[in-house]
Each structure stands twice: as C-alpha cells, then as structure tokens.
Design a protein around this ligand. Sequence first.
Ligand code: OOG
Ligand code: NI
Length: 467
Amino acid sequence: MQQWELRAAFARALSDMYGREVPAYTTLLRVSAEVNADVLAKQGAAAQRLGSIDRVTAERHGAIRVGTPEELRQVGQIFAGFGMHPVGFYDLRDASASSVPVVSTAFRPLDADELARNPFRVFTSVLVTDDRRFFGADLQARLETFLARRDLFPPRVLELAARAEAEHGLDGSDADEFVAGATACFALSREPIDRAWYDELSRISAVAADIGGVMSTHINHLTPRVLDIDELYRRMTDLGVTMIDEIQGPPAWEGPDVLLRQTSFRALAEPRAFTDGPGELRVRFGEVEARGIALTTAGRALYDRLLTEVDARRAESGRARTEVAAEVWRENLPGTEETLDRRGLGAFTYRPAPDARERLAAAAGPGGNSTLRGERILDVHALVTAGVALREPIVYEDFLPRSAAGIFQSNLTDAGARNDALTGADRDAGWLSDALGRDVADPLVRNEELTRASKQALAEILNLETL
Ligand code: OOG
Ligand code: NI
C-alpha cells in the first residue's frame, strides 16, 4: 500500500472507531453528506471549485493532545508513516482567555497530488508543563513524573511507521497491522483514572486534565468538511443538537469564501472508569468545517487587521460579531476571486487552458508570442483574462489559532485558572521542530512555492521568459 492508501485507511479506521464511541458524530456525518449533496445538486461544477466531491466527502481532520516533547516526537513518526508532515505553529496559550496550556501544529500531506488523494490532517497539541502561568514548580514536577511513566505508542507501531516513511508504503499484512495499531493508540482508554489527580489538574485547566490526568491519549474530535456550514448549523439545531453560539472564523457573506469556518457541539458525557468507581467525563465533541481559499502573506495580514477592526467596532456598538464581521468584510475584502488575486491577497495557481498555445498565438500582437495585444506579458493576469491560462484557488489546508482557541474554550465547562502575572515559557516553530526532529513547514511559504512553480511551468509551456 502506498502512503496515501495507508493514510486513507487510517482516516477511515479512526472515523469508524469514533462513530462507535461518539454516536452524535454519525449524525453529523449524515447531515454533512446531505448538505453536500444538496449544494452539489444546486451549484453543479461550482460546488467542486475547492475540491472534488469525492475528496470533500472523505475529508476529515482529527485532533489529539500529547504531554511531552518525546510523545510529540513519537506521534510525529507515526504520522510521517502516513505521509503527514508538521505544518504551522499555533500558540493557543495566548489565543484564549481560558486556560489552554498548549502549543500545536497540524500533520498533513504537503504535495498537491497527495492532498487531492486524501487530505487527512490531525491538529496536534502538546502540553507546556513549564509555563508558570498555569503550573507551579511542584505541580510541574509531579505532572512530568506522571507523564514520564506512560507509553502512548507501542514500539512495533513506531517501527512500522519508520518503515512506511522510509519505503513510502508497506506491504499487505504490515500495512494492516500499522493502520490497526496506529488507530488503537487513539481509542478511549478503559484504564481507571485517579480522580484526585484528575480533579487537581482540572482546577487549572480541563485541557491539562484531559492530557496529563490519564495514562493514554485519545482522538478528541473528528471533523467532516461541509460545503455550506450555515445550512449545516441550521439543520443540526433543528435536530435538537445544541451547537456552540456561533460559527468561528470569517463571516457568511456574498464574496469568495476564504480560510476556514468551523463550528462545534459538545459531546455527551461518556462512561469512564475511575480508581474509586465508575464515573463519566465529557471531554470529546463534534466539529464541522467549511474550507475556503488560502490567503497570501499580505492577505493574512489584512485578515488579522480585520479581526482587530471587528473587535473594535463590536466593543463600540455592542452588535453581534457575525453582523459586524460581514460589514467589515464587505468594506475591505474583494468580492471576486479575480480581484482577490489581482490585489495579491488570495493564493492561486495557474495552468494552461486546453488550447493555450493556439489562444496565445491568436491573441498575440506583432512582437511574437511574448506579447499580448502589443504589450509584453509580464503578469499572469493578462493570460487569464485572455483565456490562455486558468486560475485555480489554493484551498486553505490549515487552522486558525483564534478559532482553535474558540473551539477549545466553548467546549470547556469552566475557564480554569491562569496567573498572567507570572511569565510563560518560550515556544515557537523552532522549538516544535527540535522536539519533533522534523522541519515544521510554514503554510504561507508553502503556498508561495506552489504559486511560483505553477507560473514557471506555465511560462515554459507557453515559451515565455518569465511570469
Ligand atoms: C484542538 C482544537 C483545535 C480546530 O479545528 O481548530 C481544532 C483540540 O481540541 O485538541 O481542532
Ligand atoms: Ni478541530
């Protein structure tokens, strides 16, 4: 089995397991599929502008949380076996008003063809045990001692993962063993939980307890992709599922969808064993997302400015976030893909139209095929306008720190305790890379590479010097 087949099998196995563990997830999958079918019927080809319906239907992201740099390194090895690489650095400690003492990355395929085959990604967080805003020295020591005693990932699974990575796949029974073994690492454990220890951590942060209060990790949620998240939200609410207050990320508006919109609901309490008898915990939830066009560095900077603007106007007027955001969006964001691209805000690739050379020759002026209507071709937009090249949006394959913090936060019962008078611990993408022993890719740089490579290929096919 090639890595993408392993990855697809892993995503399916996790989905089957999560469906058995969390029944509301199955409802979410059904409603998502219904919404997607309706959008496809109504919009036809336009519905598949940001991915084929097959990709979108199979698409999931999961979330897991680990406790130590060593656990992070091991899980990075497992994901590498599935062709999933660390992309992006998210610091949720500062993105949230609640107590969320973690930093995160997402493991996902990097290459466009790998993403098209199966884009499975896992948002992965690691506890920051030395952050004094959350953990005093004594608690930190006990937490680290507890974490050092656990083995989340069996050596055999790690060995198969390393082989899958080195050989870009695995044969027959090894492949099955790897998928089953890796999936089992993320099942909810039946091992009894020490209630006093769990409660002590819960008082600081429910997330800390979920990670450091138990001897195992588990898949925390598994998120399908939907083509109309506003409709999904309405339908789930109609079914009696209490969703969080609003959809996170960009507002609903008439222009192009950019980045990522997400919403979630709290899962039911699940029975868990405790050392002093049976009990229950409510730690998992359901989430759904709609993906839009990725932004460039300039587009992302604009997005971040718009968030600040939305906050400011809300503080002034007390109006609802969604309403204010739609207004700010209309004032500042281009209403079409073309302008998003021309203003350098959206991330796109370009490919030759089916009869690109003929079209270029037909449109070319007297200076030969490096001119179009008498002007030298210097930018790709002229080629798109002349129908020589086709513009294709790059899908946003990553996450948003504010939304992630919102998802964490809205599924917690209380804010926990943090002392902002004390200093935190330094964490950045470099720290993550060192812990993982792998480069953490920067999604903005990655998309720039995709854009540049597509322009270069186009220039070569059309015999142009450069674009
Ligand atoms: C991760 C929360 C972030 C998302 O989609 O933004 C996330 C977690 O709960 O562990 O999954
Ligand atoms: Ni999520």
